[in-house]
Design a protein around this ligand. Structure first.
Ligand SMILES: C[S@@+](CC[C@H](N)C(=O)[O-])C[C@H]1O[C@@H](n2cnc3c(N)ncnc32)[C@H](O)[C@@H]1O
Length: 223
């Protein structure tokens, strides 16, 4: 029994060493100004994506070359700018509920010369989504994590066959898998995220894989 526990512990330590090593090799080829924007946002406590996730997102987009991208959770426009710079023929619609971040994202996207390829909406993503129509071939889901399940039913309507949903931070801090204890105030969020992942992996309208990249990514393709 003790030997088995020891083996499991060694296995999980080497898994996280592999994850760290893999992350150290993720160097997004993006303008240095964008890296500076990321560092500045982090220094002000604004949640922006991890470098490994950013690199994974950009590699995937370079392969998929979507024309219409929808983002939920603009923050200050870092991921929006990265996606548009990676996909020069794409247009992006992005939703943000925080007015200050919404304004700042506008300035940042303009400074990269991207304003004419972006539609920005200020407000609650759930409400805006329910009023949206048209189709999107790539959705970057990076807004309030507890709402992912609710958004997915709206997204189904907006995604054509082959459309992709990239949901970030689905494994947050090892809480969702149970690897690390969940602080009491985050228990509801963890329950909702587990329910979302469970429903998504069983949903026959999607083919889904969950990857241990950055804070965890659920990648789903509409069938
Ligand atoms: C993780 S951040 C987005 C980071 C951004 N995608 C990036 O990597 O540059 C999540 C954002 O979602 C926004 N948000 C939270 N609740 C929201 C809601 N109900 N509707 C729209 N945006 C929301 C937050 O204000 C925050 O800026």
């Amino acid at each position: 029994m003790l030997q088995k526990i020891g083996e499991k512990k060694e296995e999980s330590e080497s898994l996280s060493a592999d994850k760290e090593y893999a992350a150290s090799l993720c160097v997004p080829h993006l303008p240095s100004r964008l890296h500076a924007l990321r560092r500045d946002a982090l220094s002000r406590g604004i949640p922006v994506m991890e470098e490994a996730t950013l690199q994974y997102l950009c590699v995937l987009l370079a392969a998929l070359r979507p024309r219409r991208i929808l983002e939920i959770g603009t923050a200050v426009g870092l991921s929006a700018a990265a996606m548009l710079l990676t996909c020069p023929h794409a247009r992006l619609t992005t939703l943000e509920s925080d007015e200050k971040r919404y304004e700042e994202a506008g300035k940042n996207l303009s400074s990269f010369g991207l304003s004419d390829r972006v539609i920005r909406h200020l407000g609650d993503a759930g409400e805006i989504l329910s009023m949206m129509d048209g189709t999107y071939d790539f959705v970057f889901l990076d807004g309030p994590k507890a709402q992912y399940g609710r958004y997915m039913s709206e997204l189904k309507r907006l995604l054509p066959q082959g459309g992709t949903v990239f949901a970030d931070d689905v494994l947050l801090f090892g809480w969702v898998s149970g690897r690390t204890p969940v602080p009491p105030k985050h228990r509801l969020f963890v329950r909702k995220m587990r329910a979302y992942l469970d429903a998504l992996s069983r949903d026959e309208d999607f083919s889904t894989v969950v990857l241990d990249v950055g804070g965890g990514v659920a990648l789903s393709v509409r069938l």
